[in-house]
Design a protein around this ligand. Structure first.
Ligand code: HBI
Length: 378
């Protein structure tokens, strides 16, 4: 695993084409149009990278499902039937490809255009792009958006990672460690447009919890800890499982949690920025944890289970508190210590490690590593 901080190539060697500008073809998740939210965090990652790589002087083209929206109108839109979401499958589920498969249509498009590009970048957590890798004439950088979910996906991703070292990118070491081939993966972290988050150096007496509302996110733990700490919990996010939210709202007296809906970023950060702290309570291994960076960018300390991406991002005692996974006592004790955290240090960590510029440089280093290795194979 090449580490984010040390993996970047300091002496930027000239790219394969003899100059730093690369011709990049970004292929989006087939789960939903860019801007629809159905593609989850990976939509934001692709749109942010599009901006960062363009500003670094690269030529970027995007292939995405029909009705996608982006910073430029020239998205190549493809029609077809979306795949089943990978996180709904069981470990032994076979790979399913519907008739008129959208991911197949997208890679037909890639096959026809590849000669005009130096590198193809895959954002889909789907079997086909990995399987097609040896058949295409251009190197492919695969940015994997989740941890290990099914045997069939593990097998095909591992096949590419071992045969084409460093071409499989992961957001964190914790995410890579859920696979058996972590040592062949390249860590890229993540990056955000921090200009849309406003630093707040004072807080009001409430906590926040933000995310997709479903069992694997364990909102009930945050509600229990907030009640014990005597602070109301403001909840924002898409309700993936209405019965699950209903059950929690019935369990706790009115005033303990307040569900505010799924808010777009500026409204969401307007509430987040004045909170005492953000509670992050995942039951599963989060690949990264975008909300952690959004909180730090506002100067809000984060309390998180010592599990997955958030545990790798947070600086325990400096920008937040890490607690024993699934421990309500641990969360409650950490809430009492939030005032010890310097809110300015939170914003500074976001600026140093997770700005768009820093992320764009890490990704550029990754691409150059891939192109150097593939050039030496010629
Ligand atoms: N499922 N089949 C499939 N393909 C994806 O690209 C995919 C997914 N599930 C979730 C997902 N992508 C993104 O929301 C990730 O950001 C989590």
């Amino acid at each position: 695993m090449i580490d984010c901080e040390n993996g970047c190539l300091v002496d930027k060697p000239l790219g394969v084409a003899g100059q730093l500008s690369l011709r990049l073809l970004l292929v989006s998740t087939p789960l939903g149009p860019l801007g629809s939210g159905r593609g989850g965090g990976v939509e934001l990652t692709l749109l942010n990278l599009w901006t960062a790589l363009t500003e670094q002087g690269h030529q970027v083209q995007v292939i995405a499902p029909r009705h996608s929206q982006g910073p430029r109108p020239d998205i190549i839109e493809v029609e077809g039937c979306p795949p089943v979401p990978a996180q709904t499958q069981s470990r032994t589920s076979p790979i399913l490809l519907p008739a008129h498969s959208l991911v197949a249509q997208m890679w037909e498009q890639v096959n026809g255009m590849q000669s005009e590009y130096d590198l193809i970048v895959n954002f889909a957590y789907d079997w086909l792009p990995f399987y097609l890798t040896p058949f295409l004439q251009r190197p492919i950088a695969h940015l994997v958006s989740m941890g290990s979910l099914t045997d069939a996906m593990d097998q095909i991703i591992g096949q590419v990672a071992t045969r084409y070292p460093w071409t499989v990118g992961m957001h964190t070491q914790a995410q890579a460690d859920t696979f058996t081939f972590a040592e062949h993966c390249y860590c890229v972290g993540n990056g955000f447009d921090l200009s849309i988050y406003d630093f707040a150096d004072r807080s009001e007496p409430y906590l926040c919890w933000i995310g997709r509302i479903a069992a694997e996110k364990a909102l009930e733990d945050a509600a229990a800890a907030a009640m014990r700490a005597g602070l109301p919990l403001k909840v924002m996010g898409h309700v993936a499982d209405p019965a699950y939210l209903e059950k929690i709202q019935q369990t706790y007296p009115a005033g303990v949690i307040e569900y505010l809906g799924f808010l777009e970023t500026s409204a969401m950060q307007g509430i987040l920025r004045h909170s005492r702290g953000l509670l992050v309570t995942p039951r599963w291994v989060e690949a990264f944890g975008n909300v952690v960076i959004e909180a730090l960018a506002c100067g809000v300390p984060v309390i998180a289970y010592r599990r997955g991406g958030p545990a790798e991002i947070l600086q325990d005692g400096k920008t937040g508190w890490l607690v024993e996974p699934d421990s309500i006592d641990g969360l409650t004790e950490a809430i009492q210590k939030l005032a010890q955290i310097d809110r300015r240090a939170c914003r500074e960590q976001a600026e140093q490690n997770y700005s768009l510029e820093v992320f764009g440089q890490r990704i550029e280093g990754w691409f150059q590593k891939i192109l150097q290795v593939s050039a030496s194979d010629l």
